[in-house]
Design a protein around this ligand. Structure first.
Ligand SMILES: [Zn+2]
Length: 177
């Protein structure tokens, strides 16, 4: 595959890659695939693929944190973490900072590390129940719930009346017990 790429072009190719040119785009110039260029650089200019062991690409970073690339970017923005290097095509992230981001991903209830694709609450049944309990919801969520309840009450006056009657009966029963 890589024999199509003239060795004397190596320094130019490596330089382009260091500037962040996508592998596909470089490959097109030589009629080779993305993988062909990657192998060529790995064999001749490995430092151009990974500029430093402390720097990682977003695809590695999102795996470490356990979120999608978009979520990773949003998290970084929120934490005011910027890539160490960024061009039109590529961003390199500090491995240290990414590890710190990963360690911040803990369950809101139990504080254990969050599994992949979980964003606030872990897999634990108890944590989920606790998190969705009315008393633990945000004031906004409570207000929205109250609004939905009063709308339902207006739309279903008979059913609402029936519920009130049952509650009243239950209370009276308890009072006598
Ligand atoms: Zn938990």
């Amino acid at each position: 595959m890589t024999q199509k790429i003239p060795l004397e072009d190596g320094p130019i190719i490596a330089q382009k890659r260091r500037k962040g040119f996508p592998l596909e785009k470089i490959g097109q110039e030589y009629g080779v695939t993305r993988e062909g260029i990657r192998r060529f650089l790995r064999d001749h200019y490995p430092d151009s693929l990974y500029p430093s062991p402390d720097l990682i690409s977003i695809s590695e970073a999102k795996e470490i944190v356990g979120v999608s690339a978009d979520t990773f970017k949003r998290m970084a923005q929120k934490l005011e973490i910027k890539p160490e290097y960024s061009s039109r095509f590529i961003t390199w992230w500090s491995r240290n900072l990414v590890n710190k981001m990963a360690s911040r991903r803990v369950c809101r209830i139990c504080g254990e590390p969050l599994p992949k694709r979980h964003y606030a609450i872990c897999n634990n049944e108890r944590c989920r129940k606790e998190a969705y309990a009315y008393r633990n919801r945000s004031p906004e969520a409570r207000a929205a719930h109250q609004k939905a309840v009063s709308r339902w009450q207006k739309e279903h006056p008979e059913a609402y009346e029936e519920i009130r009657r049952r509650v009243w009966l239950k209370r009276r029963h308890k009072g006598h017990a």
